[in-house]
Design a protein around this ligand. Structure first.
Ligand SMILES: O=P(O)(O)OC[C@H]1O[C@H](O[C@H]2O[C@H](CO)[C@@H](O)[C@H](O)[C@H]2O)[C@H](O)[C@@H](O)[C@@H]1O
Length: 261
């Protein structure tokens, strides 16, 4: 199926140049980029072709494959499909794991107290909205509205944003796909990608993502890097693909070219 997706010639040329670099970092958003969207985040998985290509790339010399997600590190590790030693960035850049077991606590007791206080203020509103639910993360939580009637979802998003601002003016608030996220820390995926670049010292980085928060990572790419927007939304990325199936095709092409170098 993914073999039939045609990729733009300019993207193919960029992938071929990237594949020939000695040390590369392939850093990928998860939901909406590798994994099609589903109602239950715990059931999201990368498309098999994408996972196979990532696992193949990991075996090649000078090649680091990392996931960079808004999910908590624990959630990303659970659904990501990569081995335990794969680098992961969770919580939109806040939680960083370079290798198995080296993740440091991302929050302290004061952060946890702020999260608890905020959650207790917002929880009754969420509980009163059919289909809405809260996903907990180390530095905050996400209010999911995917299964909520659209008008009610919009009203809930407005209400929880206003209540949260009133409760804690220093919060970071992010809008995602059918989700509003609150964090007591303000890291971004750009911070996460910078940390990966500093640790693995690649000659070039490829980053792909579909959502607004992925723009922070795309914005810190450098000359010679490859940025790919997944989907139709506005982006600073130089390249674009339609969705996860086309992204799987990108990874297959890259794995094939790099293994031939
Ligand atoms: O940065 P990402 O890897 O793209 O993660 C962003 C958020 O993804 C998850 O929520 C989204 O995907 C769910 C599964 O497809 C979907 O049900 C939900 O509507 C989407 O918003 C995840 O649950 C969040 O924690 C991530 O921040």
């Amino acid at each position: 199926m993914t073999q039939q997706v045609a990729l733009d010639p300019l993207l193919l040329a960029a992938l071929d140049s990237f594949a020939a670099r000695e040390r590369v970092l392939v850093a990928l958003d998860f939901d909406g980029t590798l994994a099609p969207e589903v109602d239950d985040p715990e059931l999201a998985r990368a498309l098999p072709a994408a996972l196979e290509a990532m696992l193949g790339l990991r075996q090649l010399p000078g090649t680091t494959v990392a996931l960079v997600s808004g999910r908590s590190l624990a959630s990303l590790a659970a659904v990501g499909g990569l081995p335990d030693d794969a680098p992961l960035v969770g919580s939109h850049g806040l939680e960083v794991r370079f290798a198995a077991g080296d993740a440091r606590p991302a929050v302290d007791d004061a952060d946890r107290a702020r999260v608890r206080a905020l959650r207790s203020r917002l929880q009754p509103l969420v509980a009163a909205t059919e289909g809405a639910w809260i996903e907990d993360k180390p530095a905050g939580f996400a209010v999911h509205t995917r299964l909520v009637d659209p008008a009610a979802a919009s009203a809930l998003a407005t209400e929880v944003r206003a209540l949260a601002r009133d409760a804690d003016a220093a919060l970071t608030v992010r809008d995602g796909k059918n989700v509003v996220e609150f964090s007591v820390r303000d890291a971004t995926k750009g911070d996460g990608l910078r940390a990966l670049r500093a640790r693995f010292a690649p000659d070039a980085v490829l980053f792909a993502g579909d959502d607004v928060t992925d723009e922070d990572a795309l914005a810190v790419l450098e000359p010679g890097d490859v940025g790919i927007k997944v989907g139709p939304a506005p982006s600073v990325a130089a390249h674009r693909v339609d969705g996860p199936e086309a992204m799987a095709r990108v990874l297959q092409h890259l794995a094939s070219r790099r293994s031939a170098c």
